[in-house]
Design a protein around this ligand. Structure first.
Ligand SMILES: Cc1ncc(C[n+]2csc(CCOP(=O)(O)OP(=O)(O)O)c2C)c(N)n1
Ligand SMILES: [Mg+2]
Length: 812
């Protein structure tokens, strides 16, 4: 293809994809768009900081230099290369560029870009949930958006291998990464995982400006990156020079100039870029003295021309970019290392302190005039381009990427129905129960069973997912024989591998689990196909992937997370494997409802609800319904390996409601009762046994099974807000505790941090003794550890009695 003429569709297969009335834009037009995008993205930040009223005087911020660095790359992508099915993670600090492009394409409002970083305006960093202009992947915590794209590609393969998603062409999963993002370890974890799964159809485009927030990287990193990526099966394309510099190679002396840049220290090159043509000229006069042919080239150029030549890097050359994108493979993942200049085209280009730098009012005035933009035309889409406005608009309408409008897909809900329940009798742990329930589901030929996809970071067996995988198989793009089975060697795990498998086997990196769940849980919106993702891991190692979990929830991905085993109940395994803080994580993490059931029948109710809850459609309409729960989200189940005697009972509708709302009475308190023991999960037997002792003195006492401190608390908070707005509503926990005497005592106990339930006294002003684990665990038996951490029967009794001693005199 000759990209100086027309920009062709990048792939023949795609050319046939039914994109109506679109046509490639000519490079001259792309060049104008590049200028316009640079102007608008710079102006969006300038307006937020210097033009919009700002009562607080607080700096609004924004990253003009980071944005300028990636303008050419994003212009090439969005206006020429991308197709609607492609999905992009834009580096966080280029948010203004993304919003400017969507504004030009008619997908973003003027009002939103004028209120960039203001309440209700375009977000500081691209956000799927808070922005309205079709963000594919939220970014902000550097590294996560990049790695997400490789998991997105694996999930797309999964969907298509199962024969779904055929109504939508296969898209490329693309990350626009800042070069410092590659310092994040999660990138390398993702590279290894991608290699294991035969990753393809993924592009990582690195904005290689050699600057981060604080620093300029001291030595060339490209050779290191190249080996890492190639080693992991990636194709690497380095786009170092633009057309102008490349052309020098054929001129006498030109190679000397190229060689000079090749060997120039990054910091010096940055400083000279900032100084401009005059700076380069002085330096070259010294360094290329004795190379008359090279100096003849330099001497023939004006300062402006020399600066333009010396900074003509690959990432700022449309033709170079278009050619590289056009030639790139789909069958292998591709890493483009695009040399760029941070702040390219702006006065602080190359300056080492430019990361958060803002152009001054005077600089913006000069920049506006250089762009031929008149006063009042700052937000015009075509001003200053010397083009017919109507034709320009028509060209924008024909941009292939925009052919299908907003690309947020939807999928029908999967009917959940009654879950087939395992036979539960005798003693069983919630973890065992979980494995059995999934095994039962796996046996059935239901839509639910078909759409469940499980994944685990190397703890599939030890989190009881094995039987599910035996029935449903491991997902691999190609069929792989189980050698052990073939040779009739005994193994409990008979895991066939192939394209119809329903379990993603992951390596140990928990971060990858959450990135994977993040994409599996967005499959309905990204690929138009609903999946029901379930991920299992050891509960303490949630902390290992916490930022990726937060990222998944921030994107409103929908999945079920099973943290098991949990707490000091894991006894002999010791402190490194015993979670303490996870109940608080479950409460504090937005977008995920956490549960800690004690019995398998409770777990079954929660799972049945969870399958439906994760499919709820987010409310988009404005208006508040204070008590109404958040429209869906993910679900976290904190399970245990401690076998508990299972109650033989049929749960009533009221009990089931309580289990989901967060708690129900195992023994209801009498009216005016003066003691309640509230316990979660594996500690129910201790609570029940303490209660049996205490009943002699407190026959009215109640025993509460807290299935979800998170939902109890959230319901209470929502009710308080509603009550403050005049709604006569009562939360579940308010209702539960209503019969208690005003001076009743509550003892709470949880195998986790005691703050999980200590708030409960605030509901009606009751006194609380909160028991739980505050300090690192250790090896021991359950009895040893419960005694040591004061969560055993005696500790509960003591807490109840201590409260009794301190009981305040009855109010008159
Ligand atoms: C996990 C995380 N750590 C720190 C930051 C703060 N931070 C934002 S941008 C940045 C440097 C980014 O440099 P680079 O990726 O090279 O982007 P550039 O602005 O040069 O394009 C840092 C440290 C962040 N956003 N996320
Ligand atoms: Mg950088």
């Amino acid at each position: 293809m000759n990209s100086s003429q027309n920009v062709n569709l990048p792939h023949a297969a795609q050319a046939e994809s039914e994109i109506p009335q679109t046509q490639p834009l000519r490079v001259e037009l792309l060049r104008d768009l590049e200028r316009k995008v640079l102007w608008l993205s710079t102006q969006i930040i300038h307006h937020a900081n210097h033009e919009r009223p700002n009562d607080s005087g607080l700096k609004v911020g924004g990253h003009q230099a980071s944005s300028a660095s990636v303008v050419t790359i994003m212009t090439a992508l969005y206006f020429a290369v991308l197709r609607p099915e492609d999905r992009v993670a834009v580096k966080p600090h280029a948010s203004p560029v993304f919003h400017a492009i969507q504004y030009l394409l008619g997908n973003q409002s003027l009002e939103k870009i004028k209120s960039f970083r203001a309440y209700g305006g375009a977000q500081a960093y691209p956000s799927r949930t808070k922005d309205s202009d079709d963000v594919d992947f939220s970014t902000g915590s550097v590294g996560l958006g990049v790695a997400t794209t490789s998991f997105a590609s694996l999930v797309q393969d999964y969907v298509r291998a199962h024969g779904w998603g055929q109504q939508w062409p296969e898209g490329r999963m693309i990350a626009l990464a800042g070069d410092a993002e590659l310092d994040e370890g999660n990138i390398y974890e993702a590279l290894i995982e991608g290699w294991k799964h035969g990753l393809r159809n993924t592009w990582w485009i690195i904005d290689y400006n050699r600057q981060s927030l604080d620093a300029i990287i001291p030595a060339p990193l490209t050779s290191k990156l190249r080996t890492v990526f190639e080693n992991m099966g990636w194709e690497v394309r380095t786009l170092k020079y633009g057309r102008k510099l490349e052309a020098l190679r054929n001129r006498p002396g030109g190679a000397d100039i190229i060689e000079w840049i090749d060997t120039c220290d990054n910091a010096l090159y940055s400083a000279l870029t900032f100084q401009g043509g005059e700076g380069f000229r002085r330096q070259l006069a010294v360094d290329l003295a004795g190379r008359p042919a090279a100096m003849a080239i330099v001497d023939a150029l004006s300062d402006a021309e020399l600066a333009a030549l010396m900074t003509d890097l690959g990432g700022h050359c449309l033709e170079t970019l278009l050619d590289a994108f056009d030639a790139a493979s789909r069958e292998r993942p591709v890493c483009f290392i695009c040399y760029t200049i941070k702040g390219y085209g702006l006065p602080f280009a190359g300056h080492k302190d430019n990361h958060a730098g803002l152009m001054t009012v005077e600089q913006m005035r000069a920049f506006k005039s250089a762009n031929n933009i008149l006063e009042g035309e700052e937000w015009s889409r075509s001003a200053g381009l010397n083009r017919d406005a109507r034709e320009f608009e028509l060209s924008l309408e024909r941009v292939p990427f925009n052919a299908k409008g907003r690309r947020r897909l939807a999928a029908e809900k999967i009917e959940v129905g009654e879950l087939p329940l395992p036979r539960v009798k005798g003693s069983m742990s919630t973890q065992q129960g979980f494995g059995l329930i999934l095994q039962e589901i796996a046996r059935g030929q239901t839509r639910l069973a078909e759409r469940i996809v499980t994944t685990s970071p190397d703890v599939t067996v030890s989190t009881n997912l094995g039987p599910w995988v035996n029935r449903r198989g491991v997902f691999e793009l190609r069929e792989i024989e189980d050698v052990f089975q073939e040779r009739r060697l005994m193994s409990v795990q008979r895991w066939g591998k192939g394209p119809k498998g329903q379990h993603f086997e992951l390596g140990i990196a928990e971060n990858n689990l959450f990135l994977m769940l993040g994409v599996l849980g967005l499959s309905h919106e990204l690929f138009g196909e609903r999946l029901i993702p379930i991920g299992t891991l050891y509960d303490p190692f949630i902390a290992r992937g916490l930022d990726a979990l937060n990222h998944a929830c921030y994107q409103d991905a929908r999945f079920i997370l099973v943290g098991t085993p949990s707490g000091v109940t894991l006894a002999p395994e010791g402190g490194a494997h015993q979670s303490i803080a996870t109940p608080l994580i479950g409460m504090a993490q937005d977008g995920i409802a956490s549960f800690e059931p004690a019995f398998v029948d409770e777990l079954a109710v929660i799972l049945g609800w969870a399958f439906e809850y994760i499919q709820r459609v987010p409310k988009t309409a404005a208006g508040h319904d204070w008590l109404h729960e958040r429209e869906g989200g993910s679900v976290y189940l904190r399970l245990s390996t401690r076998p508990l005697d299972q109650p033989v009972r049929g749960l009533s509708a009221e009990q089931k409601h309580g289990i989901i709302a967060g708690g129900y009475w195992l023994r209801p308190p009498q009216e005016g009762a003066d003691l309640v023991i509230a316990a979660s999960g594996a500690l129910l037997p201790e609570a029940a046994s303490a209660m049996a002792h205490l009943l002699i003195r407190c026959p009215d006492a109640g025993l509460l099974s807290v299935t979800s401190a998170d939902r109890l608390n959230a319901g209470w908070k929502a009710a308080q807000t509603a009550q403050q707005h005049g709604d006569a509503v009562e939360s579940h926990v308010e209702r539960l505790l209503a019969p208690l005497a005003h001076d009743a005592r509550i003892v709470t106990v949880v195998d986790g941090h005691p703050a999980t339930l200590s708030w409960i006294g605030g509901v009606h002003g009751h006194r609380v003794q909160a028991l739980g684990v505050e300090h690192f665990g250790q090896s021991g038996s359950i009895d040893d550890l419960y005694r040591h951490y004061r969560i055993d029967t005696d500790a509960i009794i003591e807490a109840a009695c201590a409260q009794r001693a301190r009981r305040s005199p009855p109010r008159p």
